[in-house]
Write a protein that binds this ligand. Structure first.
Ligand code: GFB
Length: 317
């Protein structure tokens, strides 16, 4: 199926903007709406706007997102904003007669100690990681909303679970960002200032799976066109790296020559969250951008855009 008029909810974020680039390049008409046009936390506004705009499909990339510190520090914002926009967008999509929707979740929906690599079936089989359980609960609710509207009304709403994402348009604010943009910024600024050491949070031992956002955009649109099932589907790179390994990789890409120091007083978060993405890979999607190449691309974007701290909003991961 090729959709013609697709609303990318959250088009200003890292994931949303990658989706817009990809969809427009393949000839789809993308509908966008800034917060000034429709605040997704307000039910009536979303309902009215969706009834007027009536897209053929919705890609739901809008979310309150952030790294480990933001998740742990602003739990009310993370659970409230995400639950509110999910309830509003998914219910209003149904009310407006929109039959196709792709919801984006996160690998943090899975139990902290889920068997690795994590299969889709691991959902709700154990306790969550405490630093991001509020966000995870909201994302699990989003999956369940899609399943509920499918079960009761036959709506073809699906959910895609990305691993940790990075790329152009990331949030480079050190307090609220994820690890990849934080390391790019820290090593870059360390190099500029001639610092002898750069501090990396935690012990360096946690493992993470990183996917370039352009690969994710292709995966999401692939699912829009090819996947129509009750169960959510994982979309990850299929390989993992330690935070220490990532720090060394980013350090090399940036050309920083000082030392890496670990601050073990900062949280590590979940020890490991490698997803099993064999379902989507068997269907025909594969990542194309390797981590080294992807980091160089993200650093290039950072340099070109002279990044200043941005507001905490955008797309999910
Ligand atoms: O990317 P990140 O913030 O999120 O952190 P999570 C990943 C790992 O990198 C943690 C370490 O072990 C951090 O302690 N780290 C090292 C750093 N230095 C830094 C730094 O300067 N900044 C940051 N942010 N981390 C998030 C969840 O978990 O992942 C979200 O909180 C979501 O809910 C997202 O699921 C994908 O991978 O720990």
């Amino acid at each position: 199926m090729t959709c013609r008029r697709i609303w990318v909810a959250g088009h200003n974020g890292m994931v949303g903007s990658a989706l817009v680039r990809y969809l427009e390049a393949r000839g789809d008409q993308v509908i966008k709406a800034d917060r000034a046009v429709v605040d997704l936390r307000h039910q009536m506004a979303v309902e009215v706007w969706l009834k007027q705009s009536r897209p053929d499909a919705i890609i739901f990339a809008a979310a309150k997102v952030g790294g480990i510190y933001a998740n742990d520090t602003y739990p009310a914002d993370f659970i409230y904003d995400n639950l509110a926009i999910e309830v509003n967008v998914i219910h209003s999509a149904h009310a407006a007669g929109v039959d196709r929707l792709v919801f984006l979740g996160s690998s943090c929906i899975y139990p902290k100690f889920a068997p690795q690599p994590i299969k889709e079936e691991a959902l709700l089989t154990g306790p969550l990681e405490s630093t991001n359980e509020w966000y995870a609960i909201a994302k699990i609710a989003g999956i369940k909303l899609c399943q509920a509207y499918r079960k009761q009304y036959g709506r073809r709403y699906i959910s895609v679970m990305p691993c940790n994402l990075y790329g152009p348009n990331d949030n480079f604010d050190l307090k609220t960002s994820h690890v990849m943009p934080a390391l790019i910024r820290k090593f870059h600024e360390g190099k500029q200032a001639g610092l002898s050491e750069v501090v990396v949070w935690g012990t360096g031992t946690p493992l993470r799976e990183f996917l370039h956002v352009d690969d994710l955009a292709r995966g999401v649109v692939f699912c829009l066109d090819n996947y129509d099932d009750y169960e959510h589907i994982n979309c990850g790179a299929g390989s993992e790296i330690s935070i220490r390994g990532l720090a060394e990789l980013v350090k090399r890409a940036v050309g920083y020559e000082g030392r890496i120091v670990f601050d073990a007083s900062k949280p590590d978060g979940t020890p490991r969250k490698l997803m099993d993405s064999s379902r989507i890979m068997t269907l025909g999607w594969l990542p194309q951008i390797g981590l080294e190449e992807g980091v160089v691309d993200a650093y290039r974007w950072f340099l070109k855009n002279k990044v200043a701290p941005v507001e905490l909003e955008g797309a999910s991961a």
